[in-house]
Design a protein around this ligand. Structure first.
Ligand code: HPA
Length: 289
């Protein structure tokens, strides 16, 4: 094994475990404008990324850049308030780095959120999409966190991705959505990762739609790959922050401010959805674990 980050994962996990007595089994990753999710944790303990050995720094507006430990519905959780993206210039292994630290700390389930542009014409701004599958556009050019020598400590050389988004967790999410009466604004669909930071052209949006994606964004997929490689299960949800521009007559222009604003408006419902889900996790067992 010759993974150049190998010592770094352990050093980050050891440092964190020496600073907190919290032993999280649930990891939560907050997307752009969705950092408020971390505030619903109780008995919070906060560590700035800048203080955690080997952790990258969050450079994006709308991402606080800290790891928050605490309990949610009685369960020990760790929450990333701010994540890392390819477009910030990080190597893809650094983008996925925190997922391996999660694993070493004992996390079993990761819940991710992101902001995404919709390609599906039935989706409205403010809707939520439970991700059922992804297209790793940079992955076609071998931009994948598992490129390089396989780190056997975490998982196998060629991990399966046809079950990336846990079926049982998605089923549970739909049950919670029905219970909370959120059905009017929640969908299930396919997320496409683009590298960014420029938003897509109209031709690119049309192509990606034809390939089968319902929404697109600049995050999540590489974290999911690392999570699945390491045998954790995951659930991911996109908040539709804008509609991708698909039409040459349209005057609309994608922009980051709109992305952050929509996050703020739907925060309360998304928080309720995530916290109810976390409270039910033990009802949902994954046979593949
Ligand atoms: N494109 C790419 N990434 C995004 C978008 C978008 O329209 N909205 C939020 N993240």
């Amino acid at each position: 094994m010759d993974d150049k980050f190998d010592d770094e994962y352990q050093a980050s996990a050891d440092w964190l475990m020496s600073k907190t007595s919290c032993r999280p089994t649930v990891g939560i990753v907050c997307g752009s404008g969705l950092g408020g999710l971390a505030k619903i944790l109780e008995e919070r303990q906060i560590f700035k990324y800048a203080d955690i050995p080997n952790f990258p720094q969050s450079t994006v507006q709308g991402h606080a850049g800290q790891l928050v430990f605490g309990t949610l519905k009685g369960k020990a959780c760790v929450c990333m308030q701010g994540r890392f993206h390819l477009y910030e210039g990080y190597p893809v292994q650094k983008v996925a780095f925190p997922m391996r630290v999660f694993k070493l700390m004992g996390v079993e389930t990761v819940i991710m959120t992101n902001a995404a542009g919709s390609l599906n014409q039935d989706y409205k701004v403010g809707d939520v999409m439970i991700i059922k599958d992804h297209i790793n556009m940079p992955g076609f050019a071998a931009v994948n966190p598992l490129v390089g020598p396989n780190n056997d400590r975490f998982g196998v050389r060629f991990p399966c991705m046809s079950d990336a988004y846990d079926r049982e967790l998605r089923k549970l999410a739909h049950e919670v959505v029905a219970e909370l009466d959120f059905g009017d604004f929640v969908h299930e669909g396919v997320y496409c990762l683009i590298g960014g930071p420029s938003f897509e052209t109209i031709a690119e949006c049309r192509m990606i739609r034809q390939l089968g994606a319902d929404a697109l964004g600049m995050s999540t997929v590489h974290e999911v790959i690392a999570v699945r490689h390491a045998g954790m299960r995951c659930l991911a949800m996109s908040l539709i922050s804008n509609r991708a521009v698909m039409d040459y007559e349209s005057e609309a222009k994608a922009n980051h401010e709109e992305v952050l604003e929509t996050g703020c408006q739907r925060t309360a419902q998304l928080e309720q959805l995530v916290s109810t889900l976390v409270g039910r996790l033990e009802l949902c067992h994954n046979k593949s674990l």
